[in-house]
Ligand binder design. Structure first.
Ligand SMILES: [Zn+2]
Ligand SMILES: [Zn+2]
Length: 138
């Protein structure tokens, strides 16, 4: 998903976030990286091109984006929190060998007969296994 700067500014505005150069940098990075990066990976990559950006800025920006619903977060057991710009319903496949996380289309049906009366706030489907690349390496 490659978005123009105009589109990215629009995304920020839609979510009630004031545009700043650094927020745009973080959002642009996320729109280009669909590997569900950790906060640290995001910071390292942005920092390479713009050494002035601080870790705190990146972490605070990610927190803000997650609060406003621009990105979703997920925790994949031994891995750190991962950030995901795709907010439409989708499932995740986690490779047990390389740790990569892949998106796939998944329609959540929101019908869980055993959970009558429960309020569901987040649905996550996580599959685990060995991805194609890792299988081919064997
Ligand atoms: Zn793999
Ligand atoms: Zn995802």
């Amino acid at each position: 998903m490659v978005l123009t700067t105009d589109k990215l500014i629009h995304v920020l505005e839609q979510h009630g976030i004031k545009t700043s150069y650094q927020r745009l940098q973080v959002l642009e990075y996320l729109s280009n990286d669909n590997t569900h990066p950790t906060a640290d990976t995001i910071f390292q990559n942005i920092h390479k091109d713009s050494p002035v950006i601080s870790k705190a800025t990146v972490y605070n920006t990610l927190k803000l984006f997650a609060e406003k619903g621009i990105i979703t977060t997920m925790i994949a057991d031994k891995f750190e929190t991962r950030y995901d710009f795709v907010t439409e319903d989708h499932g995740h496949f986690i490779c047990n060998s390389c740790g990569k996380i892949f998106n796939f289309n998944y329609d959540y049906n929101k019908k869980y007969s055993d959970l009558k009366g429960f309020q569901i706030e987040k649905e996550e489907i996580v599959l685990k296994g060995i991805c194609k690349d890792c299988q081919n390496k064997k």
